[in-house]
Design a protein around this ligand. Structure first.
Ligand SMILES: Nc1nc2c(c(=O)[nH]1)N[C@H]1C(S)=C(S)[C@@H](COP(=O)(O)O)O[C@H]1N2
Ligand SMILES: [Mo]
Length: 473
């Protein structure tokens, strides 16, 4: 593990826009995992983890050539003299383009192939009970394109026939629900709906980093995080429709329709607030099958596991259910050997997505540091950024909109002077909660937990421009 202390070598100033600052444009080289072929990933998946390291090194070496070319191109871009790409007619400006509807469901440019969900090779035994990470390093704004939304399945994903999907509401005892009902999708689609933008983060996001630096890029450190506009019916509306006794009820149980027996206890206050949705829409269209088509629970601010996919039943009751995913899994091992249970809220957290691990700063000069901040307790109030490992902090600009329990994009201009730097972001939410450092977090929670790691992330920029994952206590 690389451990750096704030009193180390880096003493960079954080006033990038100081008069006289060099604002020649710096550029980024993509993270090396973009260069792993599916065959290489397969081999690593078969247990050849050493190969993974070798591949990262090879990829890094391979990109040196690209970097050198990039440098030359940079010079000509600045001068704009003799550049054939501006002087000559282009093929696309002198030929007939593709017709409309050539692609009935539009796809990204072939030049963006590297932007993809990825598995962490060797992380799990079988891909049906695994996770794919969203490529945060390549995304803009706050909405995750549906095809890049992270995935977490405990028993594989299903593409359920919506005409055969049913959703049931009943009570743990008859007095909790006057008229238990079974809804079809048509029934649900007729009801008054709301559309809201929210993040979903797996409780295990950044879990591999609890004890030490484990993975190289932001895709793997923070990529179990996505954000969408969801459309659905407040669960409260459906409970009222069934005559649920919302005074006697204290909890509901949500149950998924896949083979994983995913069942989660939801406190009734969250439901009564109107925030919990029985959703079918994601970014303007029906949910993707991987994300629970045709129906999933949206529980804003709460860890992903409670966002039950392929939702088939909600039971109204008066006690927590302590299901397998609440008693054996999704519990937090504390330093004294005890476990914390029902720690469901995703506390305030942030991460710089660019520059980030595996990328390379090709030139010194002007960069825009950009990242994401979020809180399961409401809105992000501010984000501070440090380029010297936490010695000095500068308040970043929050891009709008800033919404409750939603990703917030922050940016900060930075002039890299070519010296080593330690980039960090620290978010504060509207409750006043400040994102902790690793020292603080481990003092309270130990280092052997899996869930709810919201520590400040550090990216080290080396003198040669390589960006890597380090931890500062
Ligand atoms: N029915 C069901 N719901 C589920 C799961 C599952 O395996 N089955 N996985 C949960 C977990 S652990 C997470 S983090 C989120 C992931 O949602 P996504 O795959 O849409 O990103 O779904 C949750 N809901
Ligand atoms: Mo999860």
């Amino acid at each position: 593990m690389t451990k750096l202390r704030p009193d180390g070598e880096a003493t960079l100033r954080t006033d990038p826009l100081a008069p006289g600052a060099d604002v020649s444009s710096g550029r980024l080289r993509r993270a090396p995992e973009s260069f792993l072929t599916p065959e290489e990933i397969r081999q690593v998946g078969q247990g050849r983890r050493a190969f993974l390291r070798a591949s990262f090194l090879t990829a890094a070496a391979a990109t040196v050539a690209v970097g050198t070319r990039g440098r030359a191109a940079a010079a000509s871009t600045a001068v704009s003299v003799g550049d054939p790409d501006i002087l000559n007619p282009t093929p696309w400006g002198s030929s007939l383009g593709q017709p409309v509807a050539a692609s009935p469901y539009g796809q990204p440019s072939k030049h963006e192939r590297g932007l993809a969900r990825r598995q962490s090779p060797g992380l799990t035994q079988v891909a049906a009970a695994s996770v794919s990470f969203a490529p945060l390093q390549g995304l803009f704004g706050i909405i995750t394109p549906s095809g890049l939304h992270f995935e977490r399945h405990h028993q594989g994903w299903q593409d359920i026939d919506p005409t055969r999907h049913r959703f049931m509401i009943d009570g743990a005892r008859p007095e909790f629900v006057k008229t238990p009902k079974v809804y079809t999708m048509d029934d649900i689609l007729r009801l008054p709906s709301v559309s809201r933008m929210h993040f979903i983060e797996c409780g295990a996001n950044t879990g591999m980093e609890w004890g030490n630096v484990a993975v190289p890029t932001v895709q793997y450190t923070h990529g179990m995080l996505s954000c969408s506009e969801f459309t659905g019916v407040p669960l409260r509306t459906l409970l009222e429709d069934c005559g649920a006794d919302l005074k006697a009820a204290t909890y509901v149980l949500a149950e998924g329709g896949d083979g994983s027996s995913m069942t989660r206890t939801i406190p009734i206050e969250l439901v009564l607030s109107g925030e919990v949705l029985v959703a079918y829409g994601q970014n303007g269209e029906m949910l993707r099958p991987e994300n629970g088509y045709p129906l999933r629970l949206i529980v804003p601010g709460v860890q992903g596991v409670s966002w039950v996919k392929w939702l088939r039943r909600v039971e109204v009751g008066d006690r927590p259910y302590a299901t397998k995913d609440e008693a054996v899994h999704y519990i937090d091992l504390m330093p004294d050997g005890q476990h914390r249970q029902y720690s469901s809220i995703q506390e305030c957290k942030s991460v710089i997505t660019t520059p980030s691990g595996g990328q390379t700063l090709v030139d010194k000069g002007y960069f825009t540091i950009s990242g994401l901040a979020w809180s399961g307790r409401g809105k992000v109030k501010r984000v501070d950024v440090s380029v010297d490992g936490g010695v000095n902090w500068v308040e970043a600009t929050l891009q709008t909109p800033v919404l409750s329990k939603c990703l917030t994009r922050f940016i900060l201009p930075w002039n890299w002077d070519g010296k080593p730097a330690l980039l960090q972001s620290r978010a504060t939410d509207e409750t006043g909660f400040v994102q902790p450092g690793y020292g603080q977090l481990r003092a309270a929670r130990g280092s052997r937990s899996i869930y709810h790691n919201n520590a400040i992330q550090t990216w080290q920029v080396a003198e040669n421009g390589d960006v890597s994952n380090v931890q500062i206590l």
